[in-house]
Ligand binder design. Structure first.
Ligand code: FAD
Length: 277
């Protein structure tokens, strides 16, 4: 099989103990020579320090880091200041997002509202200093008014200067390939990297999928549900399904794979090994 580059996503840790565990996770995953390790950012700046710390830890180990940056509710000055710090640290790769306003926090009238505005700000202020990654939704963003509207917004975001995109996770490869065809027919030819979610727990996956708009196919949902709290069977089925999906994606031209690790190496590592990495 044609093995393409990998990347791994983390979220910022809150305690010294979880920070130590994440260092072990990184050690396990670096054997796959990832193109980069990314770290999420809480919209509204809620994890500004934590994201910076995780990114610094990654760089201290000589690895390539890609911080996420979410612009909603933030001013242009705040975003520019963070980006300037990242540039000074030697960071060359950013995942540029809108983010979701935490509940109870008003969106306010400050600055940036959509990811395309953040992409434009990065380009105007920093030129080509950063490789800009944006988010893509093969099954469409949950707030999209229509599929067509969502694709048009995605195309605009790419044309503002995105270099590549990472998708929300999905379990149906048709949605991914259809999305790639749709945006390519509108003149967008940047790499669109499938975001891969390993399956560790049905209840968590179902809850998260509900909010982010990712569909769990009926057959998979019913099978996972039938295992109740038998986590070994859930993980075994999840490994088969996700590995097979990755294999199909790579065989049919996906440029790379990006894993949502949830800060754990186990399942991701097994999938990579089964794929031949
Ligand atoms: P946008 O591209 O701005 O789109 C948001 C919605 O607005 C869509 O419905 C779109 O159709 C619509 N829209 C877009 N542009 C316009 C416009 N100009 N006018 C009107 N409507 C418009 N969230 C975090 O908080 N932190 C993270 O670190 C993080 N990492 C992520 C990584 C990946 C790979 C993915 C796929 C998602 C991530 N998210 C993260 C979640 C993401 O922030 C949410 O899905 C958010 O709701 C949308 O962000 P976006 O950048 O895709 O937004």
């Amino acid at each position: 099989m044609n093995l393409r580059p990998l990347s791994f996503e983390f979220f910022p840790t809150r305690t010294e103990e979880s920070r130590r565990k994440l260092a072990i996770t990184r050690k396990q995953l670096r054997q796959y020579n990832p193109a980069f390790f990314s770290c999420t950012y809480g919209a509204g700046g809620t994890t500004r320090e934590g994201t910076l710390q995780t990114i610094t830890d990654i760089m201290t180990e000589g690895l390539t880091a890609a911080p996420h940056l979410a612009c909603v509710g933030a001013s242009q000055e705040e975003m520019t200041e963070i980006l300037q710090d990242y540039q000074n640290m030697g960071i060359r790769h950013i995942v540029a997002l809108r983010g979701d306003i935490p509940s109870g926090v008003g969106s306010g009238s400050r600055g940036l509202r959509y990811a395309n505005e953040l992409v434009s700000l990065i380009k105007e202020t920093f030129g080509n200093a950063f490789h800009i990654e944006v988010a893509a939704y093969p099954e469409f963003h949950p707030q999209a008014r229509s599929a067509e509207d969502d694709i048009n917004h995605f195309v605009r975001k790419c044309k503002a200067g995105a270099d590549s995109a990472i998708t929300q996770y999905f379990f149906n490869t048709d949605s991914y390939f259809r999305f790639v065809d749709d945006v390519q027919s509108r003149g967008v030819n940047i790499p669109i990297i499938p975001g891969i979610m390993p399956i560790a727990s049905f209840s968590k996956l179902a809850r998260f999928s509900e909010t982010c708009g990712a569909e769990i196919p009926r057959w998979l949902r019913l099978k996972l549900q039938s295992y109740a709290d038998d986590t070994a069977s859930i993980k075994a089925l999840g490994l088969d399904v996700v590995t097979e999906m990755c294999s199909r994606l790579l065989q049919n031209g996906a440029p790379s794979l990006h894993f949502y690790t949830l800060n754990q190496a186990g399942l991701v590592s097994t999938i990579c090994q089964r794929l031949g990495y």
